[in-house]
Design a protein around this ligand. Sequence first.
Ligand code: PRP
Length: 177
Amino acid sequence: MSNLHPDLERILVSREDINNRVKELAAQISYDYRDAEKIYLIGILKGAFIFLADLCRELTIPHIVDFMAVSSYGKTTSTGAVRLIMDLREPIDGQHAIIVEDIADSGKTLKYLYQVLQWHNPASLRTCVLLRKKKNMLDVPINYLGFDISDAWVVGYGLDYADRFRTLPYIAEMKQK
Ligand code: PRP
């Protein structure tokens, strides 16, 4: 693509493919929870905010949006810890909850959040992740998955590099420096 930013190598997932997949995921979630009174969508800041915004507007079932934020240390090491820096606004005990994440890289963030949210005693807890890197994935369930991708640094559609490129409408691979 001729107008791709010089720091970007190539587009991995196009705007059209994202839009189509988000619609499919929302349709599947709407079907799976058709008998639920409502569900809670829990977006993980910052990366999930665009994915969550598009996903929830495609749902045809009652839903409540909430957010959590975490901070990661030593992401490139096997001991990288995750710390909760913003919790839910309201309790989800007895409710159906879905964690919405932009990407599972090592899977540590998702695994941590899954454990933390189980302590809130929801009626059910599932995960919806737009992108999954296969490498180093920890054992954590991903119930709704957008795309499997290769082990590259990706940006766009919520994902950043030093807070840049988050609002690109597609997922792109960064050039290696
Ligand atoms: C990214 C992404 C996930 C996490 C995945 O967040 O949004 O939350 O990393 O990585 P993991 O599977 O190896 O744990 P980041 O720490 O970059 O923060 P941000 O969402 O605020 O950009």
